[in-house]
Design a binder for this molecule. Structure first.
Ligand SMILES: NC(=O)c1ccc[n+]([C@@H]2O[C@H](COP(=O)([O-])OP(=O)(O)OC[C@H]3O[C@@H](n4cnc5c(N)ncnc54)[C@H](OP(=O)(O)O)[C@@H]3O)[C@@H](O)[C@H]2O)c1
Length: 241
């Protein structure tokens, strides 16, 4: 069966993607930092989808050594993924002039460098197959400058740039590349928000759409998937200073 690797799978969009692919019989690998959450996820997936291979490893994707070891471990013990989803990411609010000194590095390392290092290691094996799919979990913050999301926006604009570059490099290898750019999606990233859930994208709806894009891309490459909540962007005052 085809294999999918999704970073950051214990919550939110990554978790929904695991359910979507596992329920369709794909073998799945994932990672995150919290060991307890990983163990709970392993138990859940093994019980619900006993026929698939499921691998969930502890890895802080923002750490170059850890993401490198994870990538090599995947190639050796899980196999070359047919689908890679660079999903793990964090949102730390702030404005350029007032955010703490390490907020930039944290988000660049988690949201951008992780995808760069992981993809670079997997790519030579993926290219040999002349097929495959890479989703890069960008954001509407990859194309819109939101006040109060300074370094987050910078990291997501850069991830979209990485994705566009990858698309060009992989045109002749039949590996599709898609920048997924959702607006506010109801996950733990929004814990504590005062907004009603109607103002958000349902993560299951988003991941259904991603799965459909994967399944229906033979002669075409959906390069950019831009989706916003039905009523448009939210502007949560919790995120403004
Ligand atoms: N929710 C939104 O409104 C929204 C909108 C646009 C784009 N996005 C993007 O979509 C992606 C997923 O977001 P989400 O809302 O689903 O997030 P989430 O609910 O906070 O889940 C994030 C997942 O990534 C893992 N993760 C975070 N930092 C990590 C690290 N350094 N190393 C390994 N795993 C890490 C988390 O587990 P641990 O914390 O245990 O490591 C968790 O499994 C992100 O790239 C985000 O920027 C989200």
């Amino acid at each position: 069966m085809a294999k999918v690797l999704i970073t950051g799978g214990t919550r939110g969009i990554g978790r929904n993607l695991i359910e979507k692919f596992a329920s369709n019989g794909f073998d799945v690998a994932t990672c995150s930092r919290n060991e307890n959450e990983l163990n709970k996820l392993i138990k859940h997936v093994n019980q619900k989808y006993p026929s698939i291979e499921f691998v969930a490893l502890q890895c802080d994707v923002s750490d170059k050594k850890q993401i490198t070891d994870f990538a090599n471990n995947i190639l050796k013990n899980f196999g070359t993924p047919d689908i890679l989803v660079n999903n793990a990411g964090i949102f730390l609010p702030g404005t350029l002039s007032t955010e703490a000194d390490n907020v930039f590095e944290k988000q660049i390392n988690t949201n951008l460098a992780s995808a760069y290092h992981l993809t670079r290691i997997l790519l030579p094996e993926m290219k040999k197959r002349l097929s495959g799919f890479v989703f890069n979990m960008c954001s509407t913050a990859s194309i819109t400058a939101y006040t109060g999301s300074a370094s987050y926006c910078i990291s997501k604009f850069a991830l979209h740039g990485f994705s566009k570059l990858l698309r060009e490099e992989l045109k002749n290898y039949n590996i599709k590349v898609c920048s997924v750019m959702p607006g506010a999606t109801l996950t733990s990233s929004w814990d504590g928000t005062s907004l009603s859930k109607e103002r958000f994208i349902d993560p299951a709806e988003l991941t259904d759409l991603m799965y459909s894009i994967y399944k229906n891309s033979n002669t075409m490459n959906v390069e950019e998937l831009i989706v916003r909540p039905h009523k448009g962007d939210v502007n949560d005052t919790n995120y403004n200073e």
